[in-house]
Design a binder for this molecule. Structure first.
Ligand code: SAM
Length: 255
């Protein structure tokens, strides 16, 4: 069997949710909040006839989830369960599955309602929701039926942190995210995100993360230097400066 499969996003999901904390844990708790699904031009014709469906399945890559654990306390419970008995976003293959209401289509864009998806999430597939096939009302739902936690929005438990831009030449890295450092240059962002992911995979708890990141960046065109020793308590947070290496030395990376 192949060890790796290659997936290609077919579009991108736009939503008002920028941070995991506070985002609905399932579309059922998403109310009438709207978002947009943008399909890349090459797939636009594949949307024909989608308008006839009131709801659609979105299948997406949970690109900002932290590495998985095999047992987790899911959002809607207070005790641990095997990961595959939950809908937790941190998974070996972080694939998300959400049924959303389809409000309308404009060319390659779908207006949708009731989301539990972060802005910028890569979209892998769309399928129509067909009640006669998909709905099995009254089916047993394990621990969920016990109703121990009625939480409707996420907290940070599966997203230890994120990388955010704070100044033109400084980023705050909160390790634990498969995220991106916002930059204007896409290739730069991708390279840094890749380095972050590798650093994180080696050390999910974040300890020594800046050193790991620095080492990984050494293999790229970039270099990270710790700018401040001030670790923010409990946040695994440290400020680093990112440089772009050049033949003659290092340049500040314009971000
Ligand atoms: C519990 S998951 C469920 C997702 C989907 N409905 C499913 O069952 O596969 C929903 C939570 O995942 C998080 N989330 C949404 N989009 C994400 C992304 N692109 N990367 C990481 N986490 C994401 C948000 O915190 C949201 O509240």
């Amino acid at each position: 069997m192949e060890k790796e499969l290659r997936l290609r996003p077919i579009g991108i999901i736009r939503s008002p949710y920028r941070k995991p904390g506070g985002t609905p844990v399932q579309p059922a708790f998403g109310g009438d909040v709207q978002g947009e699904v943008e399909i890349f031009d090459e797939y636009a014709n594949a949307l024909d006839d989608i308008e006839g469906f009131e709801r659609i399945w979105l299948i997406f890559w949970l690109h900002r989830a932290r590495p998985h654990r095999l047992r987790v306390i899911p959002y809607r419970d207070t005790v641990e369960h095997g990961l595959f008995a939950t809908r937790a976003p941190s998974r070996p293959n972080p694939i998300g599955l959400s049924v959303v209401r389809l409000i309308g289509r404009e060319g390659n864009r779908l207006l949708v309602e009731s989301l539990d998806i972060l802005d910028g999430t890569p979209l892998l597939d769309i399928k129509p929701y067909v009640p006669k096939i998909d709905a099995h009302t009254g089916s047993k739902a394990g621990w969920f039926d016990a109703g121990r936690d009625a939480r409707k929005v996420a907290d940070k438990r599966f997203h230890q942190a994120e990388a955010i831009r704070v100044k033109k030449d400084e980023v705050v890295l909160r390790l634990g995210v498969r995220g991106c450092i916002e930059t204007t240059a896409r290739h730069v962002r991708l390279k840094l995100a890749d380095a972050l992911m590798k650093a994180e995979a080696q050390n999910p708890d974040g300890e020594g993360a800046v050193e790991l990141l620095t080492a990984f960046l050494e293999q790229t065109d970039f270099k990270a230097v710790r700018a401040s020793d001030e670790e923010l308590a409990g946040q695994h947070e440290a400020t680093v400066r990112i440089y772009k290496k050049t033949d003659g030395g290092v340049d500040w990376l314009k971000i």
